[in-house]
Design a protein around this ligand. Structure first.
Ligand code: HEM
Length: 473
């Protein structure tokens, strides 16, 4: 047997000379590490041992070929379950497989397709409220829209009902994200039952979300006939009706945690994908013009439908390129080797945590020439064939690939097409890009953008995206 290689270790000199650190700028730090050390590199943080893997063939080993040896690290799972309960994101092994089997039918192509008209209609209603010449926080705009959409499609709760509650819910989510982030950064966390200040904040925020979801479930049970929930066309009905191979179904806590997970995973990610797409379009008027031409030709002023999506090919290329350069999930949950193993000739000791970071893989010259250039043509059918299957990972890969990926692509395209028929967005002169790399990657305190009519010309763009100039919070 060939002798296994030991991956290089990050040297003290590199740390000392690096402009950015893991604490103040994790995405750019890991990118710099991968550029310096190559496809696999090891480092430690307190008692934890890590490896960053950025070669797509190695990614395939971790997420697919040897996935059984690399479940999600239990620390990530434990800390995230304080936010999400024990749903799809925060379970491993057989428990996860059962949940995935039960949830999968809710994401069947035909079921998802039935939500297209709701999405376009909701996008129209929110776009109707905008006026050219105003300035908006595009993060808030996209977040509330995607929250309305996920509430309607998950639980059949109408937009009008959500409008009053959405601020409280958004605040609770923000709290949970902030605390989760702090917990991830700490080497040691006190148990969840211990009344630390952050745990108490976490309990309060979870209470708001749990009680909102429990109320929705109670209402649905009351509306059921002989204890059988009616199919109201939403994902909740599918989860309530789902039966496993042995005839068992999800109990109330499982359904609640699943809904919480889908609600949380299902709107901020899409909203951040849209944030970065609007931002990148604002910096590249030539791309924007081409996308407008396609949308105008396909739709001729009407709202987009499911049938139009296959004709909006350039719009899809824009979205894919945006999620390449600024992936909303910038790093997957850490995986952990549960036994001594190897990755393509490198020794990986038991207990090592593996980082797979889409932001890093997507911004390496080896995977994408001129990676900081925003060029949707990379994803035209001919060029896309040249891209390694595991070099484009905004939705992850393998058995834990995003269950909502088709939903998200459909939703984002419909929203882009609806808004772009009427408006463009331009970065407000007071605004700058301040990447905030939490569980998802957003802009710190949102992004102020000017709403401009489609007849606007005379772009004066001076905020071009250059990762080195980007301040990271
Ligand atoms: C642009 C939007 C989205 C992005 C970029 C995104 C990204 C991701 C990624 C990268 C993962 C894998 C994480 C890992 O392997 O550690 C994931 C998992 C997941 N996503 Fe998404 N997601 C998006 C939209 C959605 C939507 C709309 C839903 C549901 C309505 C959703 C629900 C989930 C769930 C439940 C998982 C866990 C799957 C499992 O472990 O079996 N996501 N997502």
């Amino acid at each position: 047997m060939n002798k296994l290689k030991i991956p290089p270790k990050i040297e003290k000199d590199f740390e000392a000379n690096s402009k950015v650190t893991f604490t103040n700028n994790p995405p750019e730090y890991l990118l710099a590490v991968a550029r310096e050390y190559g496809e696999i590199v090891r480092f430690s943080f307190g008692p934890f041992r890590f490896m960053l893997v950025s070669n797509p063939d190695m990614v395939r080993e971790v997420l697919i070929t040897q996935a059984k040896k690399f479940p999600k690290a239990e620390r990530d799972v434990r800390l995230l379950s304080r936010v999400l309960g024990k749903g799809l994101v925060t379970t491993n092994g057989d428990h996860h497989k059962r949940q995935r089997r039960l949830a999968q039918p809710a994401f069947h192509h035909r079921r998802i397709a039935s939500y297209a008209d709701t999405i376009s209609e909701y996008a129209r209603i929110t776009a109707d409220k905008l006026s050219a010449g105003s300035t908006i926080n595009i993060v808030e705009e996209m977040e509330s829209l995607t929250m309305y959409i996920v509430s309607k499609t998950l639980f059949d709760v109408d937009m009008d009902e959500m409008v009053g509650k959405s601020t409280d819910i958004a605040h609770a989510i923000d709290e949970l994200q902030t605390i989760a982030d702090k917990n991830m950064d700490r080497i040691v966390n006190l148990p969840y039952w211990f009344p630390t200040r952050d745990n108490r904040r976490n309990w309060r925020a979870r209470n708001i979300l749990d009680s909102t979801i429990s109320k929705i479930m109670d209402d649905r049970r009351q509306a059921s006939i002989d204890g059988v929930a009616a199919d109201t066309g939403d994902l909740l009905s599918m989860l309530m009706m789902a039966e496993d191979e042995d005839g068992s179904s999800m109990d109330d806590v499982e359904i609640r945690d699943q809904l919480l997970t889908l609600f949380m995973a299902g709107h901020e990610t899409t909203s951040n994908a849209l944030l970065w797409t609007w931002y990148l379009l604002s910096q590249h008027p030539e791309v924007e013009a081409k996308m407008h031409a396609e949308i105008d030709e396909v739709l001729d002023g009407r709202l987009p439908t499911m049938e139009d999506l296959s004709s909006l090919t350039y719009t899809e290329m824009v979205l894919k390129e945006s999620m390449r350069i600024l992936p909303p999930v910038w790093m997957l949950n850490a995986r952990k080797a549960i036994e001594d193993t190897e990755i393509l000739g490198y020794h990986v000791p038991k207990g090592t945590q593996i980082f797979v970071a889409p932001y890093v893989i997507h911004n390496l010259e080896e995977n994408y020439p001129n990676p900081s250039e925003f060029d949707p043509e990379r994803f035209n059918p001919e060029n896309a064939e040249q891209i390694h299957k595991y070099a484009w990972l905004p939705f992850g890969a393998g058995g834990r690939v995003c269950i909502g990926n088709s939903f998200a692509m459909m939703e984002a395209k419909l929203i882009l097409a609806t808004y772009a028929q009427r408006f463009r967005f331009r970065l407000d002169p007071t605004e700058s890009v301040r990447l905030q790399a939490r569980i998802t990657m957003t802009n710190y305190q949102g992004m102020q953008m000017q709403v401009v009519g489609r007849d606007f010309d005379g772009d004066d763009i001076d905020h071009v995206f250059e990762p080195d100039r980007v301040e990271v919070i």
